[in-house]
Write a protein that binds this ligand. Structure first.
Ligand code: ADP
Ligand code: ADP
Length: 224
C-alpha cells in the first residue's frame, strides 16, 4: 500500500534575480516496504525531492499524501509528529555533533520525544548501535571513527526513532567502495528484515541496481 504519494509536485526556488524550477510536475508513489533508489545528474532535483517527501520543505505546487491521507488534512501538531516519528533522515555528510559521544548523538533526537524517558532513550540508542555493529563504540567521539562508522552512527540515530521510512541522500557519497558497500548492505538488511521503506539518492549505479526500483531524474522530472 502507498506510504508516500506525490501528485504533480512542483518546486520553484525564487531569488531576486533567478527562478529555478527544481521539480517539474513529479508524480511518484512509494509503497510500504519498498527500497527505491533515485539517480540523476547534480542539480536535477533529487535532494529537493527528498526534502519534500520528508516534509522538511513545502512544494510550490501539487499534493503529497502520507498513508493515503493528504498532508493538508493533518494539523501542524500531527505533521510535526509525523516528521519526527515516521521518517528518519540519513545524509551524505552524516550531520553528527562532534563534541557529543556516539551514544549521545544517537540519543539526541529522542530528547524531544514525548513519552520517551531517559532509560528508554538509552536502551533504544544502545539497541540501534548494536544493530549497526557499533555496540563497542558507544563512548567514542565521531572524530575517532572512520567515515563508514560515522555513517553507521547516523543510521543508528535514525533507527533509534523507529522510523517507518528512511530517506537517505547519498549515504555512501563520501565513502570508499568497501565502506559504501557495508552501508548499502546495512540498508538492504533493514529493508528486508524489518520492512523499513527506504528511498535513497545515489550516484552509484551498482548500488541502485540492488534496490527494488530505480528512478532516473533529469532537469526536475522523472525520465524512467
Ligand atoms: P540535486 O540533489 O539533484 O543535486 P537539488 O535538489 O539540490 O538537486 O537542486 C535542484 C535545483 O534547485 C538546482 O538547480 C539547485 O541549484 C536549486 N536549488 C536547490 N536548493 C535551492 C535553494 N535553497 N535556493 C535556490 N535554489 C536551490
Ligand atoms: P548534498 O549534495 O550534500 O545533498 P548539496 O551540496 O547539493 O547537498 O546542497 C546543500 C544544501 O544547499 C541543500 O540543502 C540545498 O537545498 C542547498 N542548495 C543547493 N543548491 C542551492 C542553490 N543554488 N542556492 C541555495 N541553496 C542551494
Amino acid at each position: 500500500q502507498p506510504v508516500i504519494q506525490l501528485r504533480d509536485i512542483e518546486k520553484v526556488y525564487q531569488t531576486k534575480t533567478i527562478e529555478t524550477v527544481a521539480l517539474n510536475r513529479v508524480n511518484l508513489t512509494i509503497n510500504k516496504g519498498e527500497f527505491v533508489s533515485i539517480m540523476g545528474p547534480s542539480g536535477c532535483g533529487k535532494s529537493t525531492l527528498l526534502s519534500i517527501m520528508g516534509l522538511l520543505d513545502e512544494p510550490t505546487g501539487g499534493t503529497i499524501a502520507l498513508d493515503g491521507r493528504p498532508v493538508q488534512s493533518y494539523s501542524d501538531k500531527e505533521l510535526a509528529s509525523l516528521r519526527n516519528h515516521k521518517i528518519g533522515f540519513v545524509f551524505q555528510s552524516y550531520h553528527l555533533i562532534n563534541d557529543l559521544s556516539v551514544l549521545d548523538n544517537v540519543e539526541l533526537p529522542l530528547l524531544y520525544r514525548p513519552g520517551v524517558g531517559g532509560k528508554e532513550r538509552r536502551e533504544r540508542a544502545y539497541a540501534a548501535l548494536e544493530k549497526v555493529g557499533l555496540g563497542a563504540r558507544t563512548n567514542h567521539f565521531p572524530s575517532q571513527l572512520s567515515g563508514g562508522q560515522r555513517q553507521r552512527v547516523a543510521i543508528a540515530r535514525a533507527l533509534a526513532g523507529r522510523p517507518e521510512i528512511i530517506l537517505a541522500d547519498e549515504p555512501t557519497g563520501n565513502l570508499d567502495s568497501v565502506m559504501g558497500e557495508e552501508i548499502m548492505d546495512l540498508l538492504l538488511g533493514l529493508n528486508r528484515q524489518e520492512g523499513t521503506t527506504i528511498v535513497m539518492v545515489t550516484h552509484d549505479e551498482q548500488q541502485a541496481l540492488k534496490t527494488q526500483r530505480l528512478i532516473r531524474f533529469f532537469d526536475g522530472s522523472q525520465v524512467s
